[in-house]
Write a protein that binds this ligand. Structure first.
Ligand SMILES: [Zn+2]
Length: 766
């Protein structure tokens, strides 16, 4: 773990020793806001804990102003600079060029705003931000061009599947450029060089830099794909098609080359600057290349759950680790009709930003158009940023303290189409994510490309929510983690497919799960149930009596809370499996097969009980690894509990998942929170403190946004386990601004948070 040193401390010790302090663009003499941390140079940036040397980790609050073409001469730069100051913003991303240049560019074919005249609004804003000691990143957008570009270089324009040059879908005066050809590799490269050379900005941030408007069939894409793979461009979007798969991999490689190409140009003009893509080719590449990343997840739309912004933070942190991540959010409504000049309600914006902050993202507000039509958002964002500024030292996280991790598998999402119509891999993840939130379990995501002991062993439990597509090497890494004492909870088709989406004969993790695939997948099943069974002395299942179970004391603890029933809903799909030879399992949950659901006279179980297990539980010995004295355990659930939970949100499935997580983790949680409502709970370590974030997701508009009002919840009773060898010096509730009464017994704090409006942080000085 790279120990961070506060900027103030560091300057006292050795001013000028850190790259960004030496840089001519450092905020020398600037009003130092809080404790911006400079981190000693780390060997590379790939390690989870390593932060790249440079300015990247300093900004805590970002702003983005995206100019529109007629802004020059009409918008007021002084107003914006003053607003940035009032936000305590440390860094700005400002429109520079691409589709429209907002500075007097010399690059031929780089279109200057028709309103530019002799002005330089980009330069004015850069100078103003520099005067306030802010970092500045220039925004470019390469995805569209005008007729003169097409006339001079017809081959720079993207081509549709039917061979037509691609008109822009939203503005018919523009053409969509080919992202993978010379427009980006040559013209945009010159533009980036000019911007960084002229203004010495800290980076270039490109919006919509990957292919837009569908696949491109231009002459360059045809030739480059053919020479790389020997294939013609695919005409199908089916990821199971080998040529399509080759195309997806080629496109990723081409974008990675473009990233490296632009980054080299940017660094040649300013060694402290970087190219920062808006959206990496994939997260693995971001983990390998990026010093800083931004998530473009601006607001909810449709039925997006409010925890979605926190989820995006977790996804990026699964590859970025300790490196900084900015969470781009919009003040406007983000529905398909794209009301770009709109303003959302304050509760909606506050909840969205709180989810990002609680999950380790730094806020980045984005606004389009320098001229404002609706100013209601201005004080809202000021209130959010003021809170953030005031509590910055508790938001500069070093590491999460969660003990549960959920595997984030991009290859399953890309190459696994589900086992049948109606089974989408993403729904398993969503269901598990929601179950973890409801259970108030602090958790992280880990990424399939980085399953190293360094990343895995900080967790006691790894969850595979239908992580269907796993390579042999990934299975081996998970097997080794379990061998080191880690616990595993896997559902459904986890490891039944390889990394390209080809089905295996048996699970890649069959030995770990303790089961063998019988070759059959059932579903969709109508009207099927699960029997909650008591255990006989021999460990085999016995049928419950005709009525509700009575001998509840003989039930497995994983059935805790189901005392008044002998059955619950089954899922919709199930994988037919059998135990591996020589292994014995308890049998708390068995299959009640489907029976007619119509006519009503026929609705009775034809087979009231079977000995087909639908839950496989085992202890696997000592917990030498994973920092726990308790043994590791494995849970395998062969049906789609997570997917069905996401679809129907059965209380019983949520409870069963919570019990399974608790049983498999087999140690006390870092924090227990008891009280009403739906909360996202995260736990963090800072240099001299720890924090527990509580985000109130209890949404008065139920599952659909936007929120109208905040409905406070509480009281919440917390039990917090302090890191080993620490004790609490002071405890504060940052939003309420109070110090709660605290009982400290051994390493455990007990306290009550009386009320939470949107976001409360329990800050514990250690
Ligand atoms: Zn092309």
């Amino acid at each position: 773990m790279a120990d961070s040193i506060s900027r103030r401390d560091f300057l006292q010790v050795t001013a000028g020793a850190v790259a960004w302090v030496e840089s001519p663009f450092a905020r020398a003499g600037a009003g130092v806001q809080g404790a911006g941390a400079a981190t000693p140079p780390a060997p590379g940036v790939q390690g989870d804990a390593a932060v790249a040397a440079g300015w990247f980790d300093r900004p805590m609050r970002w702003v983005q102003l995206t100019l529109v073409e007629n802004d020059p001469g009409r918008f007021d730069p002084a107003f914006w600079l003053d607003y940035f100051r009032r936000l305590h913003a440390d860094a700005a991303t400002l429109s520079a060029g691409g589709i429209v240049a907002y500075y007097p560019t010399e690059v031929p074919l780089h279109y200057r705003s028709a309103w530019l005249g002799s002005s330089d609004p980009f330069g004015t804003l850069v100078a103003g931000c520099r005067a306030m000691g802010m970092q500045v990143v220039a925004r470019t957008d390469p995805h569209a061009a005008r007729d003169d570009v097409r006339a001079a270089h017809p081959d720079w324009i993207a081509v549709t599947k039917t061979g037509e040059p691609m008109r822009h879908w939203a503005n018919r005066d523009l053409w969509v450029t080919c992202a993978l050809g010379p427009y980006n590799f040559e013209l945009m490269d010159q533009i980036h060089r000019e911007i960084v050379t002229k203004y010495k900005v800290d980076g270039i941030f490109s919006n919509r830099w990957a292919p837009q408007g569908g696949d491109c069939y231009c002459i360059h894409c045809q030739q480059n794909f053919r020479s790389a793979t020997g294939h013609e461009l695919p005409r199908t979007a089916d990821p199971r098609d080998p040529v399509r798969r080759a195309y997806l991999e080629w496109r990723k490689a081409r974008l990675t080359d473009l990233w490296k190409h632009w980054d080299a140009t940017v660094r040649a003009a300013n060694p402290d600057a970087r190219f920062i893509p808006n959206g990496p080719p994939d997260l693995k590449t971001a983990g390998e290349l990026a010093a800083i990343q931004f998530t473009d997840n601006p607001a909810r739309h449709g039925l997006t759950p409010p925890w979605n912004n926190g989820r995006r933070a977790k996804e990026y942190r699964s590859v970025m680790g300790r490196r900084p991540i900015g969470g781009i959010f919009s003040v406007g409504v983000e529905e398909p009709y794209r009301w770009k000049d709109s303003v959302q309600s304050e509760p909606e914006i506050r909840l969205w930003v709180a989810e990002g902050t609680a999950n380790g993202m730094r806020p980045w507000v984005t606004k389009f158009s320098g001229v404002l039509y609706d100013r209601r958002w201005l004080p809202m964002i000021e209130r959010i940023y003021e809170w953030h500024f005031r509590h910055e030292r508790y938001l500069r996280n070093e590491a999460p303290l969660a003990r549960v991790a959920l595997l984030h598998s991009e290859q399953s999402a890309t190459y696994h189409a589900g086992v049948a119509e109606g089974d989408r891999a993403g729904d398993h993840m969503l269901g598990m994510y929601h179950a973890l939130i409801e259970a108030r379990v602090p958790f992280e995501l880990v990424h399939e490309a980085f399953l190293t002991p360094d990343r895995l062993d900080r967790f006691k439990l790894l969850i595979l929510a239908d992580a269907a597509a796993l390579s042999d090497a990934q299975c081996a890494a998970i097997r080794a983690y379990v061998d080191r004492g880690g616990s595993l909870l896997a559902t459904f088709a986890s490891s039944l497919f390889d990394e390209t989406g080809q089905r295996r004969q048996d699970f890649g993790l069959a030995d770990v799960l303790g089961v063998t695939f019988n070759g059959r997948i059932d579903g969709p099943m109508q009207n099927s149930y699960l029997s909650l069974d008591t255990e006989s002395a021999t460990g085999s299942a016995s049928a419950p009596p005709g009525g509700p179970a009575t001998a509840t004391s003989a039930r497995h603890p994983i059935l805790h809370g189901f005392d008044d029933t002998s059955r619950i809903l089954n899922g919709v799909f199930r994988i037919d499996v059998r135990p591996r030879p020589g292994l014995t399992f308890p049998s708390p949950l068995t299959l009640i097969p489907s029976y007619p659901d119509l006519p009503m006279e026929d609705v009775f179980p034809r087979v009231p009980h079977t000995d087909t297990r639908e839950l496989y539980l085992r202890d696997h010995g000592s917990g030498a690894g994973s920092g726990s004295s308790q043994g590791g355990r494995v849970v395998y659930i062969p049906w789609d509990i997570d997917r069905t939970f996401w679809e129907v949100l059965s209380v019983d499935h949520g409870r069963l998942l919570r019990n399974a997580i608790a049983w498999a983790t087999n140690e006390p949680s870092p924090v227990d929170v008891e009280g009403p409502g739906l909360l996202d709970v995260t736990v963090w370590r800072q240099r001299d403190s720890m924090t527990v974030h509580l985000v109130n997701l209890t949404n008065p508009m139920l599952m659909k946004g936007p929120l109208r009002e905040v409905i406070p919840i509480g009281p919440q009773r917390l039990r917090i386990r302090l890191p080993a060898g620490t004790h609490a010096k002071q405890v504060r509730l940052l939003t309420l601004g109070t110090s709660p009464r605290v009982e400290q017994t051994g390493g455990t704090l007990t306290l009550t948070v009386p009320s939470i409006d949107v976001h409360e942080v329990v800050a514990i000085d250690l």
